[in-house]
Design a protein around this ligand. Structure first.
Ligand code: XMP
Length: 511
């Protein structure tokens, strides 16, 4: 089945990924590409959206791609910079605004007979974020909407299916943004809304079957959402030819290795649990620098994984749980030809000595889509809702050098905190939570005795992608009970603090 595809040309706006998510929420597939790298198969895209940009069409760093193969040939929606681009290069005029126009505005005039504004009323709130304004519309344009401060808030080009808007329909504050995108994509571009999680599973499984045939595939499971969903898709496609390896690095949460391994076996996966705790902890002994700890864990993981992969006869493929945000090419702040690819631990893939081909079944999905795909395969809700957990595990939550005793202490503390969040129905309200073992001892009293023991910090944050985060205002009663439980039950800890720093400037992990 061939789906409609929408091409989103990225001019570097902070909201570009949000446009993609909104389009996909309408069950329409889309891809983001840099403005200066229009795909060769642009014919396969049925509509095009031009994103916003931090740049100005009047500046020296104007981003000016050749759109002659697209403009007027397929439906196009130009957002913010996109709209100014159309105006500036097609006979209109763009000038600096008298005032920078940020925030809420209301559509005071709407050409309501146009299909673009179906089911959208005068007064609808929209979100503005621009410092240039379109003074004169381009040649052939018809005004479609205005706000009190922005006369040319929306227009279309007569004789084309080209639409342009100064505001951002993708942000939550544009209350009819979803309807507007739907009007453009469904009413005007006539796209089908058939890209659903079920369809994704069906097609991906068929593709994987065709691609992999009787080949054997090896996959490293981490206990996280992405690798688990990738494994399920591959399992549906090739069954026992998928060989999963789940490594215990000794830095997982309390009982996690056994619990998750049981869960994977229950799902019918062909999974081998490898307890390499001693190998990791021995390699980490005496190391206290965070980057050195990370590198050591990465190196030992590859060694262990490679040993195990070599035990499988004739394996041809390495599967990875890479997701879409890891592979989107980003437009650099200065735009232009210097667009870079984000570096990420999952991209760039395998070490040289593992001469395997790579298969990445989730490469087109955002995180929330991965969860929906997992749900459509009836995967366990608790597994799909798990908080992110870093690859180096508790090693980067034990500040300074690592010992087995410190790992044990932190596992106990973390288990009390995380189980408490579940019991108090707070777990799903938090994006990520964990405990840090600090390299300080402090004085306390227990009974009549003076103690001199460890301090732990609890951290719980809300976030959408981990790039920015804020601390969660957990109930005092919960913090009070958790602190008491930790100090009473975990030998070696006599003080608990709660981290109230946002990211930026702090990071989520302490190392
Ligand atoms: P920071 O601490 O950078 O964390 O604010 C952002 C997100 O990334 C996770 N994180 C890591 N994940 N290897 C990983 O796989 C790492 O070395 C690593 N460091 C941080 C962190 O848990 C959070 O979700």
């Amino acid at each position: 089945m061939q789906h409609n595809k929408v091409l989103i040309l990225d001019f570097g706006s902070q909201y570009t990924q949000l446009i993609a998510r909104r389009v996909r929420e309408l069950n329409i597939y889309c891809e983001i590409h840099p403005f200066n790298k229009i795909p060769n198969d642009s014919d396969s895209f049925k509509a095009v959206i031009l994103s916003g940009s931090p740049n100005s069409v009047r500046g020296e760093d104007v981003l000016h791609p050749d759109l002659s193969n697209i403009r007027g040939k397929k439906p196009m929606l130009a957002v913010c910079y996109g709209a100014q681009y159309l105006a500036h290069f097609s006979g209109g005029e763009v000038a600096e605004s008298n005032t920078r126009e940020y925030g809420r505005a209301n559509l005071g005039f709407i050409k309501s007979e146009d299909a673009f504004f179906e089911n959208i009323q005068v007064g609808s709130q929209v979100w503005m974020s621009h410092s240039d304004t379109i003074k004169t519309l381009p040649t052939g344009a018809v005004l479609l909407a205005s706000t009190a401060d922005v006369e040319n808030a929306a227009f279309k080009i007569e004789g084309e299916t080209t639409y342009a808007i100064q505001f951002h329909p993708e942000v939550y504050h544009s209350t009819d943004g979803r309807q507007l995108l739907k009007n453009f994509l469904v009413n005007i571009a006539h796209l089908d809304q058939d890209w659903t999680p079920n369809a994704f599973v069906e097609e991906t499984v068929a593709d994987l079957k065709a691609k992999l045939g009787d080949d054997k595939v090896v996959l490293g499971l981490s206990g996280g959402v992405d690798s688990s969903v990738a494994a399920m898709l591959l399992h549906k496609a090739i069954g026992k030819n998928l060989y999963c390896i789940f490594v215990n690095n000794g830095l997982l949460r309390k009982n996690e290795f056994e619990d998750v391994l049981n869960q994977y076996e229950g799902m019918g996966l062909n999974v081998k649990g490898v307890d390499a705790s001693a190998r990791f902890l021995d390699a980490l002994a005496g190391k206290s620098d965070p980057e050195e700890k990370r590198k050591t864990i990465g190196r030992v993981f590859i060694e262990v994984f490679d040993d195990e992969a070599h035990r499988i006869q004739d394996v041809k493929w390495l599967a990875q749980g890479t997701i879409y945000p890891d592979v989107i090419e980003s437009v650099s702040a200065t735009g232009g030809p210097s667009a870079t690819i984000k570096s990420h631990h999952n991209v760039g893939g395998l070490p040289d000595f593992m001469k395997l081909k790579v298969v990445e079944p989730l490469k087109a999905l955002f995180k929330d889509e991965v969860r929906r795909v997992g749900a459509s395969m009836n995967m366990d809700k608790q597994l799909l809702g798990r908080h992110p957990f870093p690859g180096p595990g508790l090693a980067i939550r034990i500040l300074g050098d690592l010992t087995r005793e410190k790992v044990r202490i932190l596992q106990e503390v973390d288990a009390i905190f995380i189980n408490g969040l579940r019991e108090w129905n707070l777990y799903d309200k938090v994006w990520q939570a964990g405990a840090m073992l600090l390299p300080v001892n402090s004085v306390g009293v227990m009974g009549d005795e003076r103690t001199y023991e460890k301090c732990v910090a609890l951290r719980a944050v809300e976030s959408t992608d981990g790039m920015t985060a804020d601390w969660v205002n957990l109930p005092y009663e919960f913090l009070q009970k958790t602190s008491n439980d930790i100090i009473n039950k975990v030998k070696g800890v006599n003080r608990v603090v709660y981290d109230i720093s946002s990211k930026p400037p702090a990071t989520i992990e302490w190392e």
